[in-house]
Write a protein that binds this ligand. Structure first.
Ligand code: ZN
Length: 218
């Protein structure tokens, strides 16, 4: 076989290997891009309104009435919520954070004064955890240094301002990371999805959408 034929075959083989490598890379990405947690599927049905017989508690959005915030990560979203039923609301530092329902403050951290994209900042995240009457708990993360207005044991009312948002802990930008947990049959705390009262009605929130908190007072 002449030389140029070898060169031709070799070039074709290189292209095939390159295409195969790219194909494998995208397969790998797509296989790890979604969680196989069954709750993810159930939440999708709830978000789309396909499951309708929902009698679960309706939560107050974790910010003031008549205010609007963008949800930047939803339940089981890609990036850092891949395996979490958690919500990230974009908020400027110093935004008032409100209790989503009545409860008792279980834990707080308020002395963290550093935050950033390095995982070493994770323990610096300021937070509030509140227990509710049905034994579920809600958690508010990345709060501003020394800006928590409640203490452990305090009784809080739905809509009460409990602290200010910030950028403490392991985070790329100022936001509120919000979670609800339920103590399940296997004696484990499990994150769960919840629905919220918004200006447009009761919703399971979806990422990249703005949600205005309903004005209930005059
Ligand atoms: Zn988050």
């Amino acid at each position: 076989m002449p030389d140029y034929m070898y060169r031709h075959i070799f070039a074709v083989m290189k292209i095939v290997v390159a295409i195969y490598t790219i194909f494998c890379f995208f397969c790998m990405l797509s296989s790890c891009a979604v969680s196989n947690n069954p709750m993810r599927h159930q939440l999708k049905l709830l978000q789309k309104g396909i499951i309708k017989d929902d009698t679960s508690f309706v939560y107050h959005l974790p910010y003031e009435e008549n205010k609007t915030h963008l949800l930047v990560q939803g339940y089981f979203s890609q990036y850092t919520h891949m395996h979490r039923a958690a919500l990230d609301f974009k908020m400027k530092k110093g935004t008032k954070v409100c209790a989503v329902r009545d409860g008792v403050v279980m834990r707080i951290k308020k002395d963290g004064n550093r935050g950033g994209t390095n995982i070493k900042y994770r323990p610096e995240g300021n937070y509030i955890v509140i227990q509710h009457e049905d034994s579920t708990r809600s958690g508010y993360w990345h709060l501003k240094h020394d800006s928590i207005f409640v203490k452990v044991g305090d009784v809080v009312k739905q809509g009460q301002v409990i602290g200010l948002s910030g950028r403490s802990g392991y985070t790329y930008f100022p936001h509120l990371h919000f979670i609800v947990w339920r103590y399940d049959k296997n004696d484990k705390w499990t994150q769960v999805g919840t629905r919220f009262q918004t200006q447009k009605g009761i919703r399971y929130l979806r990422p990249f959408r703005f949600y205005r908190n309903k004005k209930t007072t005059n």
